[in-house]
Design a protein around this ligand. Structure first.
Ligand SMILES: [Zn+2]
Ligand SMILES: [Zn+2]
Length: 445
């Protein structure tokens, strides 16, 4: 921290006492948040490295990350005489310069139609980014991005590559984190860098997060019963964010079993909140991106007592709501044929997410594994998918550019990333080809 004063400059005050700062070395912008710790216990925690622990958990490309902590950089503001100096402790957060998904949904770039709303590419981008974020928070697993040369006609396209998705082994002794406030207002977007069509999508706002105090057997995400305050019982925007009930694990388990027998046998505050609840929340968001309107609440309506969501298998028992509350939605029907602008793979993913509410034995990594094929199929078999550029294409192009810099021609660079090719042979061939060209007086541009 010795040179902290020289590494960043503060350049723009924001509301709520925040400010934008720039990292001098690369011009990257961050949000600076003053962090005062008047409580001795907190100061002690920080001294023991709590900030670093939090920064480790939040160090993921799909989370609004806590970057570092700067200590003792008093900065004078010309136009803010009332607080002449910034507090001595400042936390830096990723700056998401393209706003939130909520802003985008409120001011959409495209009109809504009966068959679809936001482009499929954007829905996939948010879906994959948020699944990766949840996979990390819940399970301590990261996606890794491998690239290989395409085969067939697509091979000629400089931007095309075969995506090879992998994952890291789960972090050792990971303590699962439930975010508990997954909504479009907490999903942040950045402007694209490189050749990607969209910038990074990041889950932020950790005010409702819960971290388990100990590592759980079976790597399961903690089960939390929710307490919903009365003030929150308001549509629209009913907020599942709440305080957990302090209950022993056995009571939570008992409630889980009772809820599975009959969902309405337990008051909403006693129903389990799990990894499945977070995946369901993502499903609701994706549905809204595709349909242009919010899905009614997942369970029996708190306002009128009716069920506003049903499925093919519950269709015959569905009683239409006689109150003027919500129009009922058959999720299977809408995500079946109605939203025809989207590929079957994307609709299957969202249908899956909308079936896992409150389930305990469901994981983001399992869902990613299962539906990755749907994404690949969309990128290969649709015109939009073929022109879409994601993080894999960006990595690919960087590698191809690097290979060119190293003196390889595009055809040689392609071989370098083709499975089964030996890089040493590729370089040997390239050197020999260059020698032949030189002997023949050929100038390679
Ligand atoms: Zn209702
Ligand atoms: Zn009703």
């Amino acid at each position: 921290m010795e040179n902290a004063k020289n590494e960043y400059t503060l350049f723009k005050p924001l509301p709520d006492g925040l400010a934008l700062v720039k990292r001098i070395i690369d011009g990257e912008t961050f949000i600076a948040e003053p962090f005062e710790s008047p409580v001795p216990e907190e100061a002690e925690l920080r001294a023991r490295g709590a900030a670093e622990a939090a920064a480790n958990i939040l160090n993921h490309e799909n989370l609004v990350s806590l970057n570092t902590e700067i200590i003792n950089i008093p900065v004078a503001w010309k136009n803010r005489p009332e607080d002449e100096y910034w507090p001595s402790h400042i936390i830096l957060w990723d700056y998401c310069d393209a706003g939130t998904l909520e802003n985008l949904l409120e001011n959409p770039p495209v009109p809504r139609s009966p068959t679809g709303f936001l482009p499929e590419s954007l829905v996939w981008h948010v879906a994959l980014g948020m699944l990766r974020a949840l996979q990390w928070l819940h399970e301590g697993i990261r996606d890794v991005y491998g690239v290989e040369a395409e085969t067939g006609p697509a091979r000629k396209n400089f931007y095309c590559c075969r995506r090879v998705r992998g994952t890291t082994p789960p972090e050792k002794d990971w303590m699962p984190v439930l975010h508990r406030n997954i909504k479009p207002g907490n999903i942040y977007l950045q402007h694209p860098k490189g050749i990607e069509m969209y910038g990074a999508v990041k889950l932020g706002d950790y005010g409702s997060c819960i971290v388990t105090g100990k590592v759980r057997e079976n790597r399961r995400t903690p089960l939390v019963a929710m307490m919903v305050e009365n003030s929150a019982f308001q549509y629209p925007g009913w907020d599942p964010m709440a305080n957990e009930v302090e209950a022993p694990l056995e009571v939570l388990r008992e409630n889980l079993f009772a809820w599975k027998e009959n969902p309405n046998s337990r008051d909403i505050v006693d129903r389990p909140y799990t990894a499945g609840s977070e995946l369901y929340a993502l499903g609701e968001i994706l549905y809204r991106m595709m349909r242009g309107r919010k899905l009614p609440h997942a369970e029996r309506c708190i306002l009128c007592g009716c069920d506003h969501i049903y499925r093919n298998e519950t269709k015959k028992d569905h009683v239409p709501c006689p109150h003027s509350c919500f129009a009922a939605v058959n999720v299977d029907e809408e995500l079946g044929d109605k939203l025809a602008d989207y590929s079957a793979g994307l609709r299957a993913l969202v249908r899956h997410l909308l079936r896992v509410n409150r389930l305990e034995l469901v994981s983001a990594s399992g869902i990613l594994d299962m539906h990755w094929k749907g994404y690949e199929s969309w990128t290969r078999n649709t015109p939009d998918g073929r022109t879409y550029r994601d993080i894999f294409n960006d990595i690919w192009v960087r590698r191809m550019n690097y290979s060119r810099k190293m003196g390889l021609r595009p055809s040689q660079a392609l071989r370098l990333f083709t499975p089964g090719e030996n890089p040493e042979t590729v370089f040997k061939d390239a050197v020999e080809a260059a020698k032949r060209d030189a002997d023949a007086g050929v100038v390679v541009v």
